[in-house]
Design a protein around this ligand. Structure first.
Ligand code: 1GP
Length: 251
């Protein structure tokens, strides 16, 4: 198993550079839309493409990943909502454990079931502590996970959860308000969590404009993930990418 994606994320962090990832949900796209999106993500120097969704009803994950790999050099990282969402054509996979919830199935159960498949895939596996934070309305992830999200104002719970995830050996912490969240994660919570861990911090869910992406990076996020807003307005890719890449390192 290679370590090149994780290495690039940590090297950027060390160099004080922020990363921008665009989330592609295979259920919400088609070949033509992907081709258009990739033109924009290439021009905007997007760092990573995440592929996945809480449901992935369609069975064209492999096709989506293959098309992306053919049309661009941006690393493709799977962001699976279920153990079935594994494609050997990707570069890496976020091996998510839902550490904010108390559903044993999503903490370890599904991992046990999918372990042989994941191992055989040959993908770079990135152990990720996944923390869902209340985004103001039930999102697909909060419903499907059958686990309560961290309340949006309870920064100390988020901080302790992230610290525990890091000490359990997780290599990334991903804080997510859920796809299309009404309320993205506050900068205060991001700053608290970023200050308490050494591993890279990924933040997503409900980020709709370059200003919020910039402020989240300034607060300490190392990687920003945007899906919905870009699906609706693809031209935002350039603006958000610029905002993320010019954000200063938190002092
Ligand atoms: C969801 O963090 C991602 O899991 C992205 O959310 O689609 O709201 O940008 P959005």
């Amino acid at each position: 198993m290679t370590n090149s994606i994780y290495h690039s994320i940590t090297e950027k962090k060390k160099a004080g550079k922020k990363s921008f990832a665009v989330l592609v949900d295979p259920d919400k796209t088609d070949e033509r839309k992907i081709a258009q999106l990739l033109q924009l993500t290439n021009e905007a120097k997007v760092d990573y493409l995440l592929v996945g969704g809480s449901l992935v009803i369609s069975n064209h994950l492999d096709e989506v990943v293959k098309q992306i790999r053919k049309q661009c050099h941006t690393p493709v990282i799977l962001f699976p909502g279920a153990p079935s969402q594994v494609s050997r054509y990707a570069n890496g996979l976020l091996y998510l454990s839902l550490i904010s919830g108390r559903n044993p199935d999503l903490l370890i159960g599904q991992h046990v079931i999918s372990a042989p498949l994941v191992k055989q895939s040959g993908l770079e596996i990135i152990s990720t502590g996944y923390m869902v934070v209340d985004g103001g309305a039930p999102t697909t992830v909060s419903y499907i996970s059958n686990a309560a999200p961290i309340p949006s104002g309870k920064n100390e719970i988020a901080i302790c959860t992230a610290m525990a995830g890091e000490m359990l050996g997780m290599k990334l912490i991903y804080m997510d308000a859920g796809s299309g969240a009404e309320k993205p994660i506050s900068e205060a919570m991001i700053a608290g969590v970023a200050g308490a861990i050494e591993v890279p911090l990924v933040v997503g869910g409900g980020i709709r404009d370059p200003e919020k992406a910039y402020l989240d990076c300034k607060a300490g996020a190392d990687m920003i993930v945007v899906g919905n807003a870009i699906e609706k307005e693809p031209a935002l890719v350039q603006e958000i990418s610029d905002a993320v890449h010019r954000a200063p390192v938190r002092l």
